[in-house]
Ligand binder design. Structure first.
Ligand code: BES
Ligand code: MN
Ligand code: ZN
Length: 491
C-alpha cells in the first residue's frame, strides 16, 4: 500500500473510496465539498433520516456507483473546539478500517488547516498503515485481507511530503513488535527472539552480542538465571548496539522485559490470571527490538543506542526456583524470591545492572511488569516511573507526540519497607497494594544512582482485546513510537 499527498480537490479526484471528515456544526456548508460529485442536498436528507451526527468516531458509508467515485465514507470528527491531532488519528483509523475489503484507490479529505501539515500527514499516514495491519502468518489458508492499493491525502501542501519517508521505518518497527508479541510461545522462544535480533543486526549494521547461559553465569546474573532455570529452553541475553557515524554526544540504553512465556512458576498462574495470554510477556522486548529496527534505518546522529533484553521463559520443571529461594544478582544484591510470579523484575535486575555498566546518560526500560498497573491505569495508559524529572518530561513529550498514553507515577520511597526481607537484602514481592510502585522501587535498587532511569509498565497497553484506536485487536506494538521519538530527540 502506497500513501501519498495529492493536491487534487475531491471533485477532481477519482478512485474507489473517498473519506470525508465532518465536524459537528454546519453540515450543509461542509457537504458543499461534494457538489460536482453527487447531490449534497440528497445526502443531507439521507443523513437526517439516519439521525447521523458527526460525533467523533461515527461513520456512514454511501455507495454511489458513479464512474469516478464508487463510495463515500463520511467520518465524524466531533466538536470543532475539541478536534485534535489525536482525534484525527482516531477518525483516520475508523475510515481506514471501513475501507478493508475494498481494493483500488482511496483518498482522505479531512479539514485540518488548524494544524501543522507535516504533523497531520504523519499522524494520518501512521494511523492508516497501523490500523489496517493484519497478522496472517499462522493461517494455513489465509482469507484475503483486501486493502486499498493506494491512499492519497488531499488538501495538504507539497511541503508535507518529505515526512512520509519516515512512515515505513516507523510502522515497520511497530509491525515487527506486533508480530513478535503475537507469535505463540512455541514459535517465539528466547532463541528465536535472539535470532531475530541477529537478523536485524545484519540488515541494519548494528553490533550484536548474544550471551548464553554460561556467559551469563560468568557475569554473575543469578537473578535472571534463576527465572530461566525451570525451563527446558536456553536463556538468551541479547545486546544490540547502534553507533552513529561521526561524533557521539549521548549514549542511551533501552531495556525490555523478554519473558517469552510466564506460567508464574511454582506460584502458578491459576484462576482468572490469564495464563494463556502470557506469550505477550515479552512485549517490552518487542518494543525495544521494534525500535532497533526503525532506528537502525533512521540513523539518528550523535546518539549511541543500546538495546538490551534478558530473554527466557518462566516455567516449572524439577529444577525450577522454589518460592523462598535466595539468589544473588550481578551487582551483589541478594534477593529472596517470595513469589516466583514476580519474575520480570528478576530478569530486569541483571539487565539493568548490565546496562548501567555501559555508562549511558539514560536508561529506559519497558516491561509487562504488573497486573497492578493495569488495575491503576487500565489498558490504554502505560505507567511511567523515573528518578529524573527531565527524562520523565522527555518521555512524556515523546509519547504525547505520537498518541501513546503515558502517565507518571510516584517512586514512593516509604513503600520500600514492603520489600524488606528477614534474611536477604531484599525480597522480590511486596504487599498487594501499590504493587506497580513496589515493582518500580525494586528495579530502582539495580540502578547506579548517577544514571537517569525511567521504567514504563506496559502490562495493560501491549495487547488489545478488540480494535482500539490505531490498534487492531491483538498485539499493539505499544512503546515503539515513543522510543523512536525519544531517541530521535536526543541528538
Ligand atoms: N507478567 C506478569 C504481569 C502481567 C499481569 C502482565 C497481567 C500482563 C497482564 C508479571 O510477571 C506478574 O506475574 N506479576 C505479578 C506480580 C505479583 C506476583 C507481585 C502480578 O502482577 O500479579
Ligand atoms: Mn509473572
Ligand atoms: Zn511476567
Amino acid at each position: 500500500m502506497q500513501i501519498s499527498i495529492n493536491q487534487e480537490t475531491p471533485q477532481g479526484w477519482s478512485g474507489s473510496t473517498l473519506a470525508i471528515g465532518l465536524l459537528e456544526g454546519d453540515i450543509t456548508a461542509q457537504l458543499g465539498i461534494l457538489s460536482g460529485i453527487c447531490n449534497p442536498q440528497l445526502i443531507e436528507k439521507y443523513l437526517k433520516e439516519k439521525e447521523f451526527s458527526p460525533t467523533l468516531g461515527e461513520s456512514v458509508k454511501l455507495t454511489l456507483l458513479e464512474k469516478n467515485i464508487q463510495q463515500i465514507l463520511l467520518i465524524g470528527l466531533g466538536k470543532p473546539e475539541e478536534f485534535s491531532i489525536n482525534s484525527l488519528r482516531e477518525a483516520t483509523a475508523i475510515a481506514s478500517r471501513a475501507s478493508i475489503g475494498s481494493e483500488g484507490k482511496m483518498a482522505f479529505h479531512f479539514p485540518c488547516n488548524n494544524f501543522d501539515s507535516s504533523c497531520v500527514a504523519k499522524a494520518m499516514a501512521e494511523s492508516i498503515r497501523l490500523s489496517i495491519f493484519k497478522d496472517l502468518r499462522f493461517q494455513s489458508d489465509p482469507k484475503s485481507h483486501k486493502v486499498p492499493q493506494s491512499i492519497e491525502l488531499l488538501g495538504l501542501p507539497e511541503s508535507a511530503k518529505s515526512i512520509l519517508d519516515l512512515i515505513d521505518p516507523i510502522c515497520s518497527g511497530v509491525e515487527l513488535a506486533r508480530e513478535l508479541v503475537g507469535a505463540p510461545p512455541n514459535d517465539l522462544t528466547p532463541s528465536s527472539l535472539a535470532n531475530e535480533a541477529l537478523k536485524l543486526s545484519e540488515q541494519y549494521n548494528l553490533e550484536c552480542k548474544i550471551l548464553n547461559r554460561a556467559e551469563c553465569e560468568k557475569e554473575g546474573m543469578g537473578a535472571y538465571l534463576a527465572v530461566s532455570q525451570g525451563s527446558d529452553l536456553e536463556p538468551k541475553f541479547i545486546h544490540l548496539t547502534y553507533k552513529p557515524n561521526g561524533e557521539i554526544k549521548r549514549r542511551i540504553a533501552m531495556v525490555g522485559k523478554g519473558l517469552t512465556f510466564d506460567s508464574g512458576g511454582y506460584n502458578l498462574k491459576v484462576g482468572a490470571s490469564q495464563i494463556e495470554m502470557m506469550k505477550y510477556d515479552m512485549g517490552g522486548s518487542a518494543a525495544v527490538i521494534g525500535a532497533a529496527r526503525a532506528l537502525g534505518e533512521m540513523c539518528p546522529a550523535n546518539t549511541e543506542i543500546h538495546f538490551i533484553v534478558a530473554s527466557c521463559e518462566n516455567m516449572v520443571n524439577g529444577s525450577a526456583v522454589h518460592p523462598g529461594d535466595i539468589v544473588k544478582a550481578s551487582n551483589g544484591t541478594t534477593i529472596e524470591i517470595n513469589n516466583t510470579d514476580a519474575e520480570g523484575r528478576l530478569t530486569l535486575a541483571d539487565a539493568l545492572v548490565y546496562a548501567c555498566k555501559l555508562n549511558p546518560d539514560s536508561i529506559v526500560d519497558l516491561a509487562t511488569l504488573t497486573g497492578a498497573c493495569v488495575i491503576a491505569l487500565g489498558e490504554e495508559i502505560a505507567g511511567l516511573w523515573s528518578n529524573n524529572d527531565q527524562l520523565a518530561d522527555e518521555l512524556q513529550k515523546a509519547s504525547s507526540d505520537c498518541g501513546e498514553n503515558l502517565w507518571r507515577m510516584p517512586l514512593q520511597k516509604s513503600y520500600k519497607e514492603g520489600l524488606k526481607s528477614m534474611l536477604a537484602d531484599i525480597k522480590n514481592t511486596g504487599p498487594r497494594s501499590g504493587g506497580s510502585i513496589t515493582a518500580a522501587l525494586f528495579l530502582n535498587e539495580f540502578i547506579n544512582k548517577k544514571v537517569a532511569w525511567a521504567h514504563i509498565d506496559i502490562a495493560g497497553t501491549c495487547w488489545a482485546d478488540k480494535d482500539r484506536g490505531l490498534d487492531p485487536a491483538g498485539a499493539t506494538g505499544y512503546g515503539v513510537r515513543t522510543l523512536i521519538n525519544w531517541a530521535m530527540s536526543q541528538g
